[in-house]
Design a protein around this ligand. Structure first.
Ligand code: T4K
Length: 408
């Protein structure tokens, strides 16, 4: 039954809405039959990693669909690391602080100091004007939430400075900007195919580039630097994608259009249902039809309800909303220890207000409407919610699967 007033909220003693939690990103496998047969084939062939046939098929499929060269890797993070090396980014790189910590970590790990830049309040994307004044060798743009940053403006700055422009496109699979797939922007773009992403290989990622020589270099780097059976071209590492992961991607790729449709419909349902709710505005990650709506991002007005209090009200109902990317990378270790956090007022503003809501093909429109109902009732009862939220703690069983509950 729909929640009518504050006392129906689980946080205030009412019945919990969802017995099984809803997650911001739930892995899904659109064709389990095809996936099983691809995995069986790999096991039968006994060729399960190292530039296998499924990996090559998936790379070819991605190239057919989105153009450019695609180099599959073990994660989005490793893709950023390899691209940083292959592009010769050294010393420092300008990037937003309003991103997942993997963005700066990949560069810091490579000995490249992140120079954090502010984002725009309006679209949450890196502000070209901030890059313009940043004293850094390389430029890393992040296409956030399934929309895009201003690749054209960043390209102009990179050209003028004769510096490589790399994109973190972890959220931007299938996304275009002005008709061009994001994998064809800059020197390279790196995607994440983590289990929580709209296109997944469980763990994995890819670098995409129009530069054939760069793609060759990335292939060498992901495989210890090997150029032949017992020859290496330069320092490489193990960042290979295995065949079982490639099978997951191959089984999902033919279903990409319907997956994308699902994400778009979910976002539209949220936006419509929350349109009239005071203090809640949902970000448009459809980006005029070119975005993938990967994340449903609500901006919460603290004058109406505290973001953390609303999050706890949702958690109490089994809706595991997340406050990505709180508190901003500039305020996280190790960056906060190295320097006094730079002044990034828009990043701080967003990090205090953003709440990411569950989406993906495993969530139905009727469930989204129930989530929106909780949000509406919680904002109406904001004072009671704020006071009850102080003592609320999320149960561990809501966050991780209990291994003792598994089949033997
Ligand atoms: N750049 C950017 C801008 C990124 O956002 C990311 C990753 C990267 C680079 C690096 O890409 P990868 O190296 O990861 O390929 C998650 C993801 O792990 C991460 O991939 C993603 N961005 C980030 C935004 O979100 P967590 O630590 O918040 O994930 P976690 O484990 O809490 O999962 C989110 C929700 O999904 C939870 O409510 C639980 C649910 N879930 C998760 C898994 C793994 C499931 O239901 N089943 C599952 O198997 O980072």
């Amino acid at each position: 039954m729909a929640k009518r007033g504050g006392s129906d909220l689980a946080l205030l003693g009412g019945r919990r809405e969802f017995s099984e939690s809803l997650h911001v990103g739930r892995p899904f496998f659109p064709d389990r039959k095809r996936l099983s047969s691809l995995i069986d084939g790999a096991l039968d062939r006994r060729w399960v990693t190292n530039d296998g046939p499924l990996l090559r098929q998936l790379e070819a499929g991605l190239e057919d669909r989105f153009g450019a060269y695609w180099v599959l890797v073990s994660s989005g993070t490793s893709g950023l690391q390899l691209s940083c090396r292959a592009l010769g980014i050294r010393d420092s790189a300008a990037m937003p602080a309003f991103t997942f910590v993997a963005t700066p970590n990949a560069f810091e790990w490579e000995g490249v100091r992140p120079v954090f830049c502010d984002v725009s309040k309006a679209d949450h994307q890196i502000a070209p004007a901030a890059i313009e004044v940043a004293n850094a060798a390389g430029i890393v743009g992040v296409h956030l939430w399934g929309a895009t940053c201003d690749a054209g403006a960043l390209g102009i700055i990179a050209n003028r400075r004769q510096t490589p422009l790399l994109f973190d496109a972890a959220h931007a699979f299938g996304v275009s900007r002005d008709g061009l797939p994001v994998g064809q922007l800059g020197r390279a773009a790196v995607f994440s195919f983590h289990a929580t992403k709209c296109f997944s290989t469980i763990e994995g990622g890819a670098a995409s580039t129009n530069d054939e020589a760069l793609a060759r270099e990335l292939r060498m780097l992901r495989d210890f630097g090997f150029t032949g059976l017992d020859e290496t071209g330069r320092l490489g590492i193990n960042a290979k994608m295995n065949e079982l992961s490639a099978a997951v991607g191959l089984a999902a790729l033919p279903h990409w259009d319907s997956t994308l449709e699902h994400y778009r419909e979910n976002l539209a349902t949220y936006r419509e249902a929350l349109e009239e709710v005071r203090g809640v505005r949902v970000y448009d990650s459809s980006a005029g039809g070119e975005g993938n709506c990967q994340y449903v991002v609500a901006l919460i007005d603290p004058e109406v309800i505290g973001r953390d209090a609303l999050m706890k009200a949702l958690h109490a109902e089994g809706v595991l909303a997340r406050r990505y990317f709180y508190p901003g990378c500039h305020r996280l270790a190790p960056y906060v220890e190295a320097d006094a956090a730079p002044e990034l007022p828009n990043t701080d503003w967003l990090a205090e207000r953003v709440l990411v809501l569950p989406t993906g093909p495993s969530i139905r429109p009727d469930e989204i409407l129930r989530v929106c109902d909780i949000i509406r009732v919680a904002t109406d009862a904001s004072l009671e919610v704020a006071s009850a939220a102080e003592s609320f703690r999320l149960a561990a069983s809501d966050v991780v699967v209990d291994p003792t509950a598994l089949d033997p």
